[in-house]
Design a binder for this molecule. Structure first.
Ligand SMILES: [Fe+2]
Length: 242
């Protein structure tokens, strides 16, 4: 394995509910490198009006994080390659930004991370996903679908969603029950069915890193080395130019 790729985490300081300081963010990056991550893409929330993140609003946080990470690197810590995108709540604001090339897509611009509300699914979800794919050439990566209650309780509903060809991103910590029993059961079920295209950590703070390490151990015990290679290496690398 040539190193994991994390396409979902929150090390940028002060822009959402992730790391509060640049030092915390640098600790997250160093921690992820220590447990095997070669590439990390920070995905601050875009949830308007609470977190109206745009490239220009996250730039100062990125600069602060890079400075703190540089200090740790000079002190001898390994650091991952680092990029920035966003985790967009799939609402009308996000639809507008995705269709006008203003969303913060993954490196390469071919894919964007979206999150669905936890307790209901947006109107016209499949139609919009399909249009983004066909007209705008953007593949939507759905963050932690197992944490979305209407999906977790209905494999038929998941099947309908998959008709629009999104990619499903497992949150590895769902496998250990970090987000409750329903998410854990759906994650393990869909993992065994081969539903996921990739996995990610959704790390928000340094103390999440040992939990992620344990979750990857569980992923390996459930799916073997092949699942780890597919979900943390091949799946994410197929989506982004890193
Ligand atoms: Fe997240």
């Amino acid at each position: 394995m040539s190193g994991y790729i994390d396409l979902h985490c929150h090390p940028l300081p002060g822009v959402d509910d992730g790391c509060r300081t640049a030092d915390e963010g640098a600790q997250v990056l160093a921690g992820l490198a220590r447990i095997g991550f070669r590439v990390v893409v920070a995905t601050p929330h875009v949830r308007c009006p609470t977190w109206d993140n745009r490239p220009e609003t996250v730039a100062p946080a990125r600069a602060a994080l890079e400075a703190a990470a540089g200090e740790l690197r000079r002190a001898g810590a390994a650091m991952p390659e680092f990029h920035t995108a966003a985790e967009h709540l799939f609402d009308d604001v996000t639809w507008e930004r995705l269709t006008s090339s203003e969303a913060m897509t993954y490196p390469g611009g071919r894919a964007a991370l979206i999150e669905l509300p936890y307790d209901n699914l947006p109107m016209k979800l499949e139609l919009r996903l399909w249009r983004l794919q066909k007209t705008h050439k953007i593949t939507c990566v759905i963050a932690h679908p197992e944490r979305c209650a209407p999906l977790a309780k209905s494999d038929d509903r998941l099947e309908e969603l998959l008709g629009a060809k999104p990619m499903l991103q497992l949150d590895v910590m769902s496998l250990t029950g970090a987000y409750g029993t329903a998410a854990k059961e759906a994650a393990r079920r869909w993992l065994s069915q081969g539903r996921y295209h990739l996995a990610a950590t959704d790390t928000h703070k340094p103390s999440d890193v040992p939990k992620v390490e344990e979750a990857i151990r569980v992923l390996r015990s459930l799916g073997g080395d092949a699942a780890v290679q597919k979900l943390l290496c091949d799946g994410p690398s197929s989506l982004v130019a890193v």
